[in-house]
Design a protein around this ligand. Structure first.
Ligand code: NAD
Ligand code: MG
Ligand code: MG
Ligand code: MG
Ligand code: MG
Length: 332
């Protein structure tokens, strides 16, 4: 069973005694920087000269310097730039500014797990990853609550890495909700697997296949859109609130019966065998290697896939149908 840590297990004064650099001011970066500041922590934001986020961070009362300056000033450096650029930011701005006893923090384990960032042995390497988007992390903090976090220590040079990570998590509200101890390996591998097999990849493919099956059988795309995509939200909300049981309690007995007899025909032993192969490619590093090569090659296949799915009938149908739903926000 997972180990859980709460406010009483964390000592806020540890992070209050450090100088923190938050590199990046996007979804997570803004939430961490603002809540650290509100928790009495000495924080600066590291952004490159041309960054559009600079003005926003300054308006919100934060001091902004370059990533290299931030890393040089600080003894705790939190990497919240996009995962594929962390390797470059580390090489260009962080590496030469690490001193004995510094700590390098991450919000996701990918770059450490697959060796795209290789910190020296004299620094702590820690992770504090909220299990929610940054805007929720910040809003919960402001309301006196918090989003659960997971925390890990990959390298414990000081011997106090986990206490430091818990202290950081407390400063952004994480220990109010609960912090689960994990490892960089567990977090990185399960995160990639979840988004590929279930959350993004699995769900998108399931929705498209169901939609195509109905349309190819002669049903109207608009009706197929409602049945295979639109209504998914109601189902997922029920699962989120009360697991599979609440969803099954809420739908009709007919739907529940169909769930039991047809679901396992769709997601069957063959599907699970493929999931195991996908997990294998995540564990042996081949997925991460291929993705980084694609990213640094200018994203040719990524853009091809994006275009193909962007033009799919389910997308053009949905765009029109959502205009009928005044309550749906279809902004990017
Ligand atoms: P984001 O894309 O929202 O923001 C990235 C920020 O980095 C922006 O402010 C951008 O201006 C800045 N940036 C881009 N290139 C830069 C560079 N070369 N130098 C300096 N700054 C640069 O990113 P995010 O979603 O907040 O993700 C940050 C980290 O948090 C990632 O490791 C991600 O996996 C992790 N994470 C994200 C979420 C989430 O919900 N978004 C949740 C948990 C963990
Ligand atoms: Mg430093
Ligand atoms: Mg995840
Ligand atoms: Mg992810
Ligand atoms: Mg129905």
């Amino acid at each position: 069973m997972a180990e859980l840590f709460y406010d009483d297990d964390a000592d806020l004064s540890i992070i209050q005694g450090r100088k923190v650099a938050v590199l990046g001011y996007g979804s997570q970066g803004h939430a961490h920087a603002l809540s650290l500041r509100d928790s009495g922590v000495d924080v600066r934001v590291g952004l490159h000269e041309g960054s559009k986020s600079r003005a926003k961070a300054e308006e919100q009362g934060l001091r902004v310097v370059t990533p290299a300056e931030a890393a040089a000033e600080a003894d705790v450096i939190m990497m919240l730039v996009p995962d594929p650029v962390q390797g470059r930011v580390y090489e260009e701005s962080v590496k030469d500014n690490l001193k004995d006893g510094d700590a390098l923090f991450f919000g996701h384990g990918l770059n450490i797990r697959y060796g795209f960032v290789k910190p020296p042995a004299n620094v702590d390497v820690c992770m504090v990853a909220p299990k929610g988007p940054g805007h929720l992390v910040r809003r919960q903090f402001e309301e006196g609550r918090g989003v659960p976090c997971i925390a890990a220590v990959e390298q414990d040079a000081s011997g106090n890495g986990f206490a430091l990570a818990l202290s950081y998590a407390k400063a952004i509200g994480g220990t109010r909700a609960g912090v689960i101890k994990t490892t960089f390996t567990e977090e990185a591998e399960t995160d990639l697997f979840g988004e590929q097999a279930v959350l993004c990849g699995g769900t998108a493919a399931l929705v498209k296949a169901g939609f195509e099956t109905l349309v190819e059988a002669g049903y109207q795309p608009e009706i197929a859109y409602f049945e295979c995509l639109h209504e998914l939200k109601l189902i997922v909300d029920l699962m989120y609130e009360g697991g599979l049981s609440k969803m099954r309690w809420s739908v009709s007995e007919t739907a529940e019966w169909g769930d039991y007899v047809s679901g396992p025909r769709i997601i069957n032993d063959g599907t699970k065998a493929e999931m195991k192969k996908i997990l294998g490619e995540i564990q042996d590093g081949s997925f991460a290697k291929e993705w980084m090569a694609e990213y640094h090659n200018g994203l040719p296949r990524y853009n091809e896939y994006k275009k193909q799915d962007g033009d799919h009938l389910i997308e053009t149908t949905g765009k029109e149908l959502r205009k009928l739903m005044s309550w749906v926000d279809d902004q990017d």
